[in-house]
Design a protein around this ligand. Structure first.
Ligand SMILES: Cc1ncc(COP(=O)(O)O)c(C=O)c1O
Length: 465
């Protein structure tokens, strides 16, 4: 009979969970007087992160949650690169420069090789920068006409919260035009009725956050052109293409929404959404360099060079930009088209099957000509149902799915919408698993109607992007 002798008599004691740090509450409000071994600290933090839920099952976010190994490696090698130190990290700066011009070209800039643009932390910062340029240009137009610069306004449809922030932080009146059940976004008529000589610009969205649809950019541009011809009022158009900017050009190059329309002066998009880059990168590009007022540009020279910058932040990580360039090289037009076509196919399947279940009325069915790879729907008979979409969202959460349920924009506040974003990595098989769970949750809610339907203010998730 073999004799088993252990070489490590104290192996049990070296288990990470047997140490003192795991038997006491970890510090949460004060930095501890002394530290702990790195593997123990790592385990504690890693375990906390585990409780976040599974990002791949987060169908509420527009942001990427699946990355190949090369992206992980590029993020790792870029961990110490600061985007602002363009003189110290000229190679990273050059990747950013290449991305700007590639994206300007993707959006049909008439001067893609020489126009200006920059990376940002996301579409929100990009929106602030584009909005500031609109405000500065409007003031210059007023000064040229010897006009008094009164309170500026910005005309939009139902916009993401970043535009509300821009308006509040930079003292601009936000004219967010009401929508109705038949027109869930801007129309040329509503835009024309809202603009005046203090309008710094109109924002049209390619992929409205609430319903996922594209707004009719070309029709709005034509209406603004006609107004200028008739009245001389020159109102620029900015396109918030946070999602659509990396979708429409690959899938429907014939769809004219970008710099092919002379009225479009600037465009933003999130690299970390359908640009497929990791979290933390957005882009904003101006039609021509003249569209970005020179006095918004800071020249930073204390780091050894003389670099023009336009940003709200100073220090910023560079890895996301390296990954964006990698993705553009790796995928090319063909690769982006293929991947996105796959997501749209899953979205269409999901829409078809959700409609068959019965209680849902589709608002958007994932048609790539009209919007982003997503599905949004409401209840056909919300009053008669023994549950709300917030209740359904909570049931799905129990299976790990995070599906957004939210009330619509102000004058459609009674309409509760549910939305699923189909991103790279959400396969047909996962969609079928979700559909099974939706059916199971509905069965349970129909057999056991809730005593009091959950409303927006008590819902676990209220997300607009
Ligand atoms: C239309 C639109 N604009 C702006 C944003 C803000 O983008 P980010 O999260 O990149 O700051 C979003 C986010 O969902 C959006 O959908």
């Amino acid at each position: 009979m073999p004799l088993h002798r252990t070489k490590h008599p104290s192996a049990g004691e070296s288990d990470i969970f047997s140490g003192h740090a795991m038997r006491v509450t970890v510090p949460k409000r004060r930095i501890p007087a002394s530290g702990m071994p790195s593997d123990v600290a790592f385990q504690i933090v890693n375990d906390e992160l585990m409780l976040d839920g599974n990002a791949r099952q987060n169908l509420a976010t527009f942001c990427q949650t699946w990355f190949d190994d090369h992206i992980h490696k590029l993020m790792d090698v870029s961990i110490d690169k600061n985007m602002i130190d363009k003189d110290e990290y000229p190679a990273t700066a050059s990747l950013e420069d290449r991305c700007v011009h590639m994206i300007a070209d993707l959006w049909s800039s008439p001067a893609a090789g020489s126009t200006v643009g920059c990376s940002t932390t996301g579409s929100s910062e990009a929106a602030m920068l584009a909005g500031l340029a609109l405000k500065w240009n409007w003031r210059r137009r007023k000064q040229l006409k010897n006009g008094v610069a009164e309170k500026p306004n910005l005309v939009t449809g139902p916009v993401q919260v970043c535009w509300h922030k821009f308006a509040r932080y930079f003292d601009v009146e936000l004219r967010e035009l009401p929508v109705d059940a038949d027109h869930l976004g801007l129309t040329p008529q509503t835009v024309l009725a809202a603009i005046d000589e203090n309008t710094i610009g109109v924002v049209a969205t390619m992929g409205v956050t609430f319903t996922c649809q594209y707004e009719p950019v070309a029709a709005i541009a034509a209406a603004l052109d006609e107004t200028e011809q008739k009245t001389g009022l020159d109102v620029p158009l900015h396109v918030d293409a946070a999602s659509g900017g990396f979708l429409a050009p690959f899938l429907h190059p014939e769809l004219v929404w970008d710099f092919r329309l002379p009225r479009v002066r600037s465009i933003n998009a999130s690299g970390h959404k359908f640009g497929l880059a990791p979290l933390g990168v957005g882009w904003v590009v101006w039609r021509r360099s003249e569209d970005l007022p020179e006095d918004l540009v800071f020249r930073v020279n204390y780091l050894g060079g003389n670099m023009p910058t336009f940003a709200l932040n100073f220090s910023r990580p560079g890895g996301q930009i390296a990954c964006q360039y990698y993705l553009m090289l790796r995928l090319g037009h063909e690769g982006y088209r293929n991947l996105h076509e796959g997501s749209y196919a899953v979205a269409r399947h999901l829409a078809k099957e959700l409609e068959k279940i019965g209680p849902f009325r589709l608002l958007f069915d994932g048609d790539s000509r009209n919007g982003i790879p997503a599905v949004s729907w409401t209840l056909r008979a919300p009053d008669a149902a023994g549950y709300s979409l917030f209740d359904l969202s909570e049931r799905l959460r129990a299976r790990g799915w995070q599906v957004a349920a939210y009330t619509m924009v102000p004058n459609l506040q009674d309409t509760v919408v549910m939305r699923v974003l189909v991103r790279h990595g959400f396969s047909r098989d996962l969609a079928d698993a979700l559909l099974d769970d939706v059916c199971r949750a509905l069965e349970s809610l129909e057999t056991h109607p809730v005593v009091r339907k959950m409303e927006a203010q008590f819902a676990p998730m209220y997300t607009h992007g």
